[in-house]
Structures are given as structure tokens and as C-alpha cells.
Design a protein around this ligand. Structure first.
Ligand code: IPM
Ligand code: MG
Length: 358
């Protein structure tokens, strides 16, 4: 029997509801498979923890997490705690020290889901966005001086290192190579940002020579929004900086039907630290506690976690179950225009797992 230690951090808002649903589904999958077991430990870190203890997670929290094979994460953010506190206190303080430098965001139009784009069907939109996840605009460099005075200044410095850019380019080219179309689009803004982004482009061209079988092109990020919207079928694998990919992945999720569906893997590809899997939607306090959050993004993130753990058959079974459920409009949550609850979708996915005979 293969064992995997999973740290579950549901954190804030609907994060709790969707992670609870995800853990239920994972439990059923493991039983159905019979070959592996997940030993899950739940951590109550997040904004409520912050209100009690003044920190989002305990000082030794990261040390604790090191012992796990993967982290299953919900969402951070609360209406009464500043966003930069919740984000840097938990999510980024796991991603960055654990060197989860490759953030992978697949986007597809699942069966039964309608894209807001006219005449765009499932085969016209099948992307994976690779987000640089350790530096760039999220490096945390900068500061503020002369606070409150008219001459107050603030700097927000984007950091691009040769090592950081090279490894994310290699990761993206490799991922592109593993997909049928072997096609990579490198997103840039080297017309306006003439230092970091120019180096980014140069390194892309260098790394490309290691992958002669991958076709690649370059897009300025502003023009990229138009290409994603008007010519989605011309894209496959996409690599972009931390901030550019953050923005493009919300657009991608919307074009694929809902933010509630989109999954993420924060990978440390060398496996020196645990990787982290989470839906890309936020804590959505407006609907928290109502039992109507869409758990599909969290389920799809579980597929990515299973792949990473080395259980691709269980991951594929879960993906088939997800697609069977999204195909039925009666099982769509309100973000998809339906009336289903988290419970109904979860039960239906569990039933589909049990009925799956492949
Ligand atoms: C994401 C989110 C986060 C980000 C937020 C919660 C700060 O939007 O994962 O895309 O910007 O990285
Ligand atoms: Mg985002």
C-alpha cells in the first residue's frame, strides 16, 4: 500500500467548504483504487487564526509542512484583514520558501460548460498557463519612505534572475513538449520594460534551442489578451511572468466558463519541498457558508495532486468523474448559472467515481 501524507489548509471563506468536499472525494478515490492511502492532517491556519494569534500560521508552520508529500490548499482573504497580510502571511510564505516556482494552470472548456465566447467549443480552448511563481513582480522587493509626507515614495521592484527565468522556461518547454501540439507561447512586455523583459526574451530564445521539436512564438501581454479572446485555438502552452500570468489566468478561467472550475498546482519540480494544490478562485466571502461554492476547481486541483504524487490513474478517474458531472446542467452551481449545491456536486462526483469502470 502506498501512503501519502497530505496537509490540508482550507483557510478562509469558501476555501473550507471546497477543501472539505475535495477531501471526501479523495477518500472515495483512494478506497476505489485500493493501492494507496492518503493520511490527511488538517491545519486551521488563515484569517481566523490571525485574529486570535496575530499571525496567519505559527512560526514553525513551514517546518511542520516539510514532512508532507503535498499541500491541499483552499483560499486566503477575509473582508476584515488586509489582503497583503493574508496573502504574504500564508500562501506566499509557503510558495516562495518552498521554491514552488512553477505554477501550472490548465484551462479547458469542460463538457456541459459554455464559454462566453461565441462559436467557441471545447476543442478551441485547451491551454496550460505556466506562471513564474518565485520572483518577478511578486518578489517582495521595494519599500516606502517618508510615510505620510507629501514626498512619500514607494517602490515595487520586479526581480528577474537568469536562474529563475531559465528554469521556468525549461519547465514550460518541457510541458509544451509533453502535449500533442508541442506549441509554446512566451508572453512578454519587452517593448516597454527594457531590462527584465528583454532578458526574459533572450533566455526564452536560448532555451528554445534545447527544444527543436517545440514550436514557439512570442506575444506582448496586451496583445495576448486579444489573441486569447479572438483566436483561442491558436494557443496551447503559455509561459508568463508572475503578474502577467496572474492576470491572464483569470481571463482564461472566465473564457472557459467560470473561475470556480480553474485549478492550480504550485510545483517544486525537483521535489525538495512539498508542492501545493489549490483552486484559483479566492475565498469569496459573499457566498461563504451558503453551501453553494463550486467544488470543481478544488477537485481538478486534486487530479493535479494525484498526478504529482505518482497516482495518474486515480487522477484520470477523478477527471472523468468531473467531466461526467459538469456535462449535466442540473449539477451546475450558481457561478455556472445553475442551482446545484456543493453537496449535490460532491455526491454526484463520488457516484461517478464509484460507477467508473475504466
Ligand atoms: C492567484 C490569486 C493570488 C495572486 C491572489 C489571491 C493574491 O489571484 O493565485 O491568482 O495574485 O497570486
Ligand atoms: Mg489571480
Amino acid at each position: 500500500m502506498r501512503h501519502y501524507a497530505i496537509a490540508a489548509i482550507p483557510a478562509d471563506g469558501i476555501g473550507r467548504e471546497v477543501v472539505a468536499a475535495g477531501l471526501e472525494v479523495l477518500e472515495v478515490l483512494a478506497k476505489r483504487d485500493g493501492g494507496f492511502r492518503l493520511d490527511v492532517e488538517n491545519f486551521d491556519w488563515g484569517s481566523d487564526y490571525y485574529k486570535k494569534h496575530g499571525v496567519m500560521m505559527p512560526a514553525d508552520g513551514r517546518e511542520t509542512l516539510k514532512a508532507f508529500d503535498a499541500i491541499y490548499f483552499g483560499a486566503v482573504g477575509a473582508p476584515d484583514v488586509p489582503d497583503h497580510v493574508t496573502l504574504w502571511g500564508l500562501r506566499l510564505s509557503i510558495c516562495q520558501p518552498f521554491d514552488q516556482y512553477a505554477n501550472v494552470r490548465p484551462t479547458r472548456i469542460l463538457p456541459g460548460i459554455r464559454s462566453p465566447l461565441r462559436d467557441v467549443g471545447p476543442r478551441d480552448l485547451d491551454w496550460v498557463i505556466v506562471r513564474e511563481n518565485s520572483e518577478g513582480e511578486y518578489a517582495g522587493q521595494g519599500g516606502r519612505s517618508h510615510r505620510g509626507f507629501p514626498e512619500e515614495v514607494a517602490t515595487e521592484v520586479a526581480i528577474f534572475t537568469r536562474a529563475g527565468v531559465t528554469r521556468i522556461m525549461r519547465f514550460a518547454f518541457q510541458l509544451a513538449r509533453s502535449r500533442p501540439r508541442k506549441l509554446l507561447t512566451v508572453v512578454t512586455k519587452s517593448n516597454a520594460q527594457r531590462h527584465g523583459m528583454v532578458m526574459w526574451d533572450e533566455i526564452a530564445a536560448e532555451v528554445a534551442t534545447e527544444f527543436p521539436d517545440v514550436a514557439w512564438d512570442k506575444m506582448l501581454v496586451d496583445a495576448m489578451t486579444m489573441r486569447m479572446t479572438l483566436k483561442p485555438a491558436t494557443l496551447d502552452t503559455i509561459v508568463a511572468t508572475n503578474l502577467h500570468a496572474d492576470i491572464l489566468s483569470d481571463l482564461a478561467a472566465a473564457l472557459a466558463g467560470s473561475l470556480g472550475i480553474a485549478p492550480t498546482a504550485n510545483l517544486n519540480p525537483e521535489r525538495r519541498f512539498p508542492s501545493m494544490f489549490e483552486p484559483i478562485h479566492g475565498s469569496a466571502f459573499d457566498i461563504a457558508g451558503q453551501g453553494i461554492a463550486n467544488p470543481i476547481g478544488t477537485f481538478w486541483s486534486a487530479c493535479m495532486m494525484l498526478d504529482h504524487l505518482g497516482e495518474p490513474a486515480a487522477g484520470a478517474r477523478l477527471m472523468r468523474a468531473i467531466e461526467r458531472v459538469t456535462a449535466d446542467p442540473a449539477l451546475h452551481t450558481p457561478d455556472l448559472g445553475g442551482q446545484a449545491t456543493t453537496r449535490m456536486v460532491t455526491d454526484a462526483v463520488i457516484a461517478a467515481i464509484l460507477a467508473d469502470n475504466e
